[in-house]
Design a protein around this ligand. Structure first.
Ligand SMILES: [Zn+2]
Length: 194
């Protein structure tokens, strides 16, 4: 799995030009059909369908699904929606309150929060290192109320540093930025095979 631009036309062009490379061996990826059709739940109940492109490595022959950056592996909800939920949870609200804010089921939101909590130390560490690498004068976020809140703060701080360095990053939300940075592994340890 590889997180790619949300613009499918640009991704197709990059794929045909050999500009997308295998995350395992670095060889160019070539077109290899499409993944399954996925329904996506966006903000304010908007639904849309995505059929991610599949690719195959010209070196190690492994296939990789090219997942648009608005999505994370194995999640039906858009990165933006999940991120909004994690930000509310970081304020100290429980999963039921977060679910009520977003109009989603308790079980869905509980799943995100549980996964993110188990990843929070790795996520915090990764984005703190990113912050130090990008910022001219990095200001570490103050320790927050929980490891989950610390991880959310670290993502926000790294995103701000990235936007200072590259102004075009201002048009990219912090959750899309986070997914790009760690190949969609905001909630999962290992990228999904498809
Ligand atoms: Zn490869």
């Amino acid at each position: 799995m590889l997180i790619v631009d949300a613009d499918a036309v640009r991704v197709e062009r990059q794929l045909l030009a050999g500009e997308l490379t295998c995350p395992s061996c670095g060889a160019p990826l070539v077109p290899w059909g499409h993944g399954r059709l996925r329904e996506v739940r966006g903000d304010l109940g908007v639904r849309w369908f995505v059929r991610p492109r599949r690719s195959r490595c010209s070196g190690c022959q492994v296939t990789h699904v090219l997942l648009p950056e608005a999505l994370w592996p194995r999640r039906m909800d858009a990165a933006e929606v999940i991120g909004a939920g994690l930000e509310i949870a970081a304020l100290g609200m429980g999963h039921r309150q977060v679910a009520a804010c977003l109009g989603l089921s308790d079980g869905t939101v509980r799943g995100w929060i549980r996964r993110f909590r188990s990843r929070s130390e790795d996520v915090r560490r990764y984005f703190t290192v990113t912050l130090v690498a990008l910022a001219v004068d990095p200001v570490m976020p103050e320790p927050a109320a929980s490891p989950l809140s610390d991880a959310v703060s670290a993502i926000a701080a790294a995103h701000r540093a990235a936007a200072m360095k590259w102004p075009q990053m201002n048009t990219v939300s912090r959750w899309v930025f986070a997914g790009r940075a760690i190949d969609g592994r905001v909630l999962t340890c290992t990228p999904s095979a498809n």
